[in-house]
Design a protein around this ligand. Structure first.
Ligand code: AGP
Length: 594
């Protein structure tokens, strides 16, 4: 998820582009750039934040320009990988948000036709394709170029000597901001609110051509008219997409994040290479290391991989791992880290490398330190996560673990087929949880009055109890503990009573009966009990004080719907308590110290 901007008007474009880009940095901030057209195209870009770029970039004169702030997916953050990208002649500049799935094939084709490339990005194929098809009409060249492209894109195209911008969108957002004798294109509304609140949302497949005096939109060659909207939001509200907090926005992005993360890997062939290397090394066991929420993903990964690959898996807290003495011969190690910069995780990575361990990093940040040290890296596609409390990145990490394990599963074909169907249904199952918040809101109001809360789960939902407790702790400041349900009677039972509500995660799997027994034991000790249970579970209603129902899924995927429900529970409880949800006290999004 990057941020793109275009301006065409009568004012100097550069200061406007930089200001608009600053409003889009919540979409990506690892590098940025602008291009301004007068007689030729002038470009300035680098792996810096927008503000820094504004300070060092030369002043370009011109009243048409484009800009980009990046969230790297292909090619690490660097000056050469930053956008805008140019064609061979340097007269066509493009900014792109999205992912070109067939870029490697297109690049090989274009190179064989004499084009030369300078970056590692997928996006650079676009200006070269436009150059290939340019015969005097920029719009036609863009349409022809996009016929070759497979994937998602929002693009803005600028050509030297032409006072117009050409844009297109497919599976990536693009809006038009209408000004007085000037027009703007942007990934999102926040970018242009300083200049206008008259907005048109481009639709899938739309091609737009803008001059200072007007905009033409075509779809499949035919001119179309799109409705104009008047935006009443503040810039900050708009950055949150109308949600009150980034956390709630990011929770609601999860169906798309699941599709993007699975989509990125099911289409690419890179995975085979990774695990083929592992298999060739005769891996007998796996070690998964991480911290915080990513450690909870690692724990769930243990259940998934042991179930499907039938090899022993250790999931370890990275900061503790550094004190263990152990032999790792024949062990494949995976380190999971959203930011790719967590000090404890990096220390563990370096240690594993020292002892010659093969290491796979699962991270959300392209070019992060973890991705540079690891033997191989698999990226989640969660996009930038602004809220300190990790939500969508966690679900994206689970998607990579599911895909890894299913790609090399020893399970029979029938089970694998049903798991594949289940995996593909997850976006809609998660959407069901998001659309059914009433019960969660009610429970949040109830919980917000307590200072101590327990979460319990068994099997693959034990780590979900840990994650539910962490989310509640982090943002509502309630002292919450997650336990393996079987552990309560070995001590924590002493804390049960009317002041300690318990949230029990009750999945329809081989833990069901024992969970019901545990719930009876907890009720007998006077604790209020909220059950998180699957739709159609009649029995639980008789035992629990309140039931949050989640859609029925394969037991292997129950952590996904259960976690999303607990994210919402934590969010609404913290909101009820008036906590600063996105930036809780004493915490940082990336913990770069030990
Ligand atoms: C989770 O909500 C927290 N932000 C924190 O526990 C986080 O998961 C932990 O610091 C690990 O971060 P990483 O995934 O970026 O390595």
């Amino acid at each position: 998820m990057c941020g793109i901007i275009g301006y065409i008007g009568n004012r100097q474009a550069q200061p406007i582009l930089l200001n608009c880009l600053g409003m889009l940095e919540y979409r990506g901030y690892d590098s940025c750039g602008v291009a301004v057209s007068s007689s030729g195209i002038e470009v300035y870009k680098d792996a810096v934040r927008v503000e820094a770029l504004g300070k060092v970039s030369p002043q370009f004169s011109g009243t048409a320009g484009i800009g980009h702030t990046r969230w790297a997916t292909h090619g690490k953050p660097s000056q050469v990988n930053a956008h805008p990208h140019l064609d061979c002649t340097g007269s066509i500049a493009v900014v792109h948000n999205g992912i070109i799935n067939n870029f490697q094939r297109l690049k090989r084709q274009l190179i064989s036709e004499g084009h030369s490339f300078v970056s590692e990005t997928d996006s650079e194929v676009i200006p070269h394709l436009i150059e290939k098809y340019y015969h005097g009409n920029l719009e036609e060249a863009v349409v022809a170029a996009l016929r070759d492209v497979e994937g998602s894109y929002a693009i803005i195209v600028l050509r030297a000597g032409e006072h117009r911008l050409v844009v297109a969108r497919k599976d990536s957002p693009l809006i038009i901001g209408i000004g007085d004798r000037e027009n703007f294109f942007a990934s999102d509304v926040p970018a242009i609110l300083d200049y206008t609140n008259r907005v048109i949302y481009l639709e899938e497949g739309d091609i737009g051509v803008a001059t200072p005096d007007g905009i033409k939109i075509r779809r499949d060659g035919a001119e179309v008219v799109r409705e104009e909207h008047k935006i009443l939001w503040s810039v900050e509200d708009a950055q949150k997409g109308g949600y009150e907090h980034f956390m709630l926005k990011e929770i609601h992005e999860q169906p798309k994040v699941i599709r993007d993360t699975l989509g990125a890997h099911t289409q690419a062939t890179e995975l085979e290479v990774d695990l083929a290397v592992v298999r060739d090394r005769g891996i007998e066991s796996m070690l998964i290391l991480a911290c915080g929420t990513s450690y909870h993903a690692a724990l769930i990964g243990k259940y998934i991989v042991e179930d499907l690959l039938r090899i022993p898996v250790r999931a370890e807290i990275a900061s503790e791992f550094n004190y263990y003495g152990q032999t790792l011969a024949g062990t494949a190690a995976i380190v999971i880290t959203q930011s790719g910069e967590t000090a404890d995780a990096l220390k563990a990575i370096r240690r594993l490398k020292e002892v010659g361990c093969w290491l796979l990093a699962i991270t959300n940040v392209v070019g992060s330190t973890a991705s540079r040290i690891a033997n191989q890296t698999i990226y989640t596609r969660a996009g930038p996560e602004v809220s300190v409390a990790a939500t969508k990145s966690f679900i994206a990490e689970l998607m990579v673990l599911y895909w890894l394990a299913m790609s090399y599963s020893k399970a029979d074909g029938k089970r694998l087929a049903s798991l594949l169907i289940g995996l593909r249904q997850l976006p809609s199952k998660v959407q069901q949880v998001l659309d059914d918040e009433d019960k969660i809101l009610e429970c949040a109001r109830y919980l917000s009055g307590y200072e101590n809360v327990f979460f319990i789960g068994r099997g693959i939902n034990f780590p979900v109890a840990l994650e539910g407790a962490l989310k509640l702790k982090e943002i509502s400041y309630i002292h919450a503990e997650g336990y393996a349900a079987g552990e309560l009677k070995h001590g924590p039972f002493a804390l049960l009573g009317s002041n300690t509500p318990v949230i029990a995660i009750v999945a329809q799997d081989n833990t069901y009966d024992t969970m019901l027994t545990n719930i009876k034991e907890i009720k007998a000790r006077g604790s209020p009990l909220i059950a998180l249970a699957e739709e159609g579970d009649e029995a639980i209603g008789e035992l629990a004080d309140s039931v949050i129902t989640v859609p029925r899924v394969d037991a292997m995927f129950s952590p996904v719907v259960n976690t999303v429900a607990l994210q919402l529970l934590a969010y609404y409880t913290a909101k009820q308590r008036g906590c600063p949800i996105d930036f809780p006290r004493n915490l940082a999004k990336s913990v770069t110290v030990e």
